[in-house]
Design a protein. Sequence first.
Length: 103
Amino acid sequence: MIEVTPAAVSKLQEIRPSNEDGRILRVYVAGKSCCGYQYGLALDELADGDELSVHDGIAFAIDAASAPLVRGATVDFVDEDAGSGFIVRNPTLGGGGCGCGRS
């Protein structure tokens, strides 16, 4: 369903070393802009109809509406001069006007 880079796994394990409260990471479509779909990540509970993707012990939930738009995406963590954070790239959907390939 999705790919997760080693950098993202490492950062997720650092900031969330245990899952004692039972919540998992949700990857979802948050909207659309000129660059294509915008994605979000949030802590949430698994819901009926969710698809589950597990990478190195980290579970990701994807709701049914977002699943077709998330399929083929890669979750990464970047640490650059401009800032750091998680980014979702999905080359399978093609971008809009700007062609940046990032959301």
